[in-house]
Design a protein around this ligand. Sequence first.
Ligand code: ADP
Ligand code: MG
Ligand code: MG
Length: 246
Amino acid sequence: RPELVIRDLHVRIEDREIVKGLNLTVRGGEIHALMGPNGSGKTTLSKAIMGHPAYEVTGEVLLDGVNLLELPPDERARHGLFLAFQYPVEVPGVTVANFLRTALNSIRGEEIGVWEFQEMLLEKMQLLEMDESFAGRYLNEGFSGGEKKRNEMLQLALLQPRIAVLDETDSGLDVDALKIVGKTVNSMRSESFGALIITHYNRILKHIRPDVVHIMVDGRIVRTGGPELADEVEEKGYDWVRAQVA
Ligand code: ADP
Ligand code: MG
Ligand code: MG
């Protein structure tokens, strides 16, 4: 059962502290939602966990006891953290299938057979009810927000990480894309998978029922509760949390 432990995490950029001593544990079998008003530091937190080089990070991010902060991003991924691989837009002629096979090989550290991969890809696409033609699409053809999200969800389903941190901005995603995110995460629910879904709105939480909801304000988690906390945010916005904190 995987375990992601974040302990007293501080993240700074350009001498400004954005994340101010954050503590959070996500275990296998659990889906956590991290909500909070714009500018509270959610995306900064997610980038720090991924290993984005722009941030100065102190504290601990342990995945099964290994301090991820000491590892470059690709090794974090090999330890079971999901990183949505970005593709270089200037590479022409790369299909979704090619791209995903490269990502899988990189995580596994060995080449998967072409037919074995095809079978796996097809199985995941059927599971997610994605049209088979999507695998043959070229990445550099200019994907819409929804198509990028489908590509990312296929990566998630194929790579089968132990812990995923998904920063769902919700913007530019159509209802179908949101459904695919929900379907993917729900299909992965098991004791060997845990997720932290970061979101401003609770639109995505209509598709994924979280076990635990946290609210982040000004770089800290200020409330933790069950799914009803997300309903409360939808009803009342964030001002009441801010008021309680102040
Ligand atoms: P959220 O995702 O919760 O909306 P962010 O993590 O994007 O919050 O931003 C938190 C704060 O950090 C904001 O005030 C934002 O302006 C600041 N910030 C984020 N990225 C940078 C950056 N690269 N340089 C300077 N300030 C940044
Ligand atoms: Mg501190
Ligand atoms: Mg954000």
